[in-house]
Structures are given as structure tokens and as C-alpha cells.
Design a protein around this ligand. Structure first.
Ligand code: PGA
Length: 254
């Protein structure tokens, strides 16, 4: 990971064909090259698009990542994709513990920690997602929940080179709602201190991205919050023009 540049990650979720993915990657790449953008840009297509997008990005500074990986490296785990396979497919990153995995696929902190370990062992950089649901925030439990997620889902191999954290309040994902600048800054500062205090391999502060309805219309406020190293963008990353606008804002305001 390069220092002192913003990180803008696009989580494409379960969308698109290989052809569409390659076209989207190509548009972003053209924008990056034309405007000599200095940022770490990462795209996270679904598994079946990885090969085509990897080919398209072979001569690009844009990094490739996957949206999930298995708890095991190989074996009788029907339907799973292992970290070494992602490496073979050209991935440098993997998202682990997204709230949609936690909610819909019942992934526990323990499962997530195993996945992060497999990713680290296979030299994949991890974006670990954490965030509270609305009920938890309304009960004032957001720090407790996020703290527990971090302490229980990061293995001791975690360091600032192999791991990024994405704070994504679940109530802000895909809803158009955003946490305020102050709320984001406070949570990111809390995460920063918690990680510094609890992981002995952390020499430099871990980078923390914000995610949840990030758009070109709110990016400027979010990037200005404390300890925000960039964005994890969902819906808006499927539109090349909108995603490139978000990149432009992050770079200008950095
Ligand atoms: P969203 O998704 O930008 O569509 O809210 C963010 C995410 O789930 O990573």
C-alpha cells in the first residue's frame, strides 16, 4: 500500500457480466491515466468477472480484489473459493466480513477471523468491514459492537500493510443515509486507538475507509472527517462517471 494517497475501493457486489465488468474497469482506467490520478484504486468484481477484469487491468495501476474468500485453503467445501485461488486469479485484495455476509450468511467474528488469517497467509490484503445496525446505534451500543467486531475478527497477523478496516454503519449501506462528519470522525478515531492498543504488529496506524451510501454529493464531507483514509463505495461504483467523480473529490481534498 502506498503512503499518503487516498484509497477508493469499488464493491460491485453481485452485479454484471464479464463484458460489462471489463468495460467498467476500462473506463475507470482511462480516467486514471488521462488525469494522472495519484490514489490507490481497487475494484472488487464478483468471482466470475475476475478473469476478464484482471486481463483488462494488466497494464493498469488499478488493483483487483474479491468480495469474500473461504475459511480453508482447499478441500471438500462445495461452492467456496479459497484465498490461493484468488491469488491465482490476479487478486491483491479481498473484502472480508462485509455486513451482507454477516447478516445474510450468518458469518460470525470467528469465521471472519479464520478468513482473514487465510488471506494474510496467502499474501492477500484484507479490507475488514465492521459496523453497527440501526438498533445498536439507537441503543448507544455502536462502539461496543464495532470494538467487539474488531477485537474478535482480526488475527494477530494483522498489520498496517496487510489490512485496512472499512467502517460501514449497516443502516447507511444502500439506503442513501450517511453518518455525520463528527460521528464518522469519532468512530474512526476510536477504531484507530483500539487497533493501536491491541495489535502489537501495528507500527503505523491502520488505514480506515468509510462506506455506506458514498456518492459524489457527500464524498467531500466524508473525506474531511478525522482518520478517513478513503472510501468503500458500493452502488455508486457501478457507474464509471460517478465513481470517477468520487475519486476526483478524494484526490483534490486529500
Ligand atoms: P453502498 O454500499 O455504497 O451501496 O451503500 C457500500 C458497501 O456495501 O460496501
Amino acid at each position: 500500500m502506498q503512503k499518503n494517497i487516498p484509497i477508493i475501493a469499488g464493491n460491485w457486489k453481485m452485479n454484471g457480466s464479464p463484458k460489462q465488468g471489463a468495460a467498467l474497469a476500462d473506463e475507470i482506467d482511462k480516467y486514471i491515466k488521462t488525469n494522472k490520478i495519484k490514489a490507490e484504486i481497487i475494484v472488487f468484481p464478483p468471482f466470475t468477472l475476475l478473469d476478464e477484469v484482471a486481463k483488462k487491468l494488466a497494464k493498469s495501476s488499478i488493483k483487483l480484489g474479491a468480495q469474500n474468500c473461504a475459511e480453508h485453503d482447499s478441500g471438500a467445501y462445495t461452492g467456496e473459493i479459497a484465498a490461493p485461488m484468488l491469488k491465482d486469479a490476479g487478486c491483491e485484495y479481498v473484502i472480508i466480513g462485509h455486513s451482507e455476509r454477516r447478516q445474510h450468511f450468518k458469518e460470525s467474528n470467528e469465521i471472519i477471523r479464520n478468513k482473514v488469517s487465510r488471506a494474510h497467509e496467502n499474501n492477500l490484503k484484507v479490507i475488514l468491514c465492521v459496523g453497527e445496525i440501526l438498533d445498536e446505534r439507537e441503543l448507544g451500543k455502536e462502539y461496543e459492537v464495532v470494538g467487539e467486531q474488531i477485537l474478535n475478527s482480526l488475527p494477530s497477523s494483522t498489520n498496517s500493510e496487510n489490512t485496512l478496516i472499512a467502517y460501514e454503519p449497516v443502516w447507511a449501506i444502500g439506503t442513501g443515509k450517511n453518518a455525520g462528519q463528527e460521528e464518522i470522525g469519532e468512530m474512526h478515531s476510536f477504531i484507530n486507538e483500539l487497533v493501536d492498543d491491541n495489535f502489537k504488529n501495528i507500527k503505523e496506524s491502520i488505514k480506515i475507509l468509510y462506506g455506506g451510501s458514498v456518492k459524489s454529493s457527500n464524498a467531500i464531507h466524508i473525506i474531511a472527517a478525522r482518520h478517513v483514509a478513503g472510501f468503500l463505495v458500493g452502488g455508486a461504483s457501478l457507474d464509471a462517471e460517478e465513481f470517477c467523480k468520487i475519486i476526483e473529490i478524494a484526490v483534490k481534498k486529500w
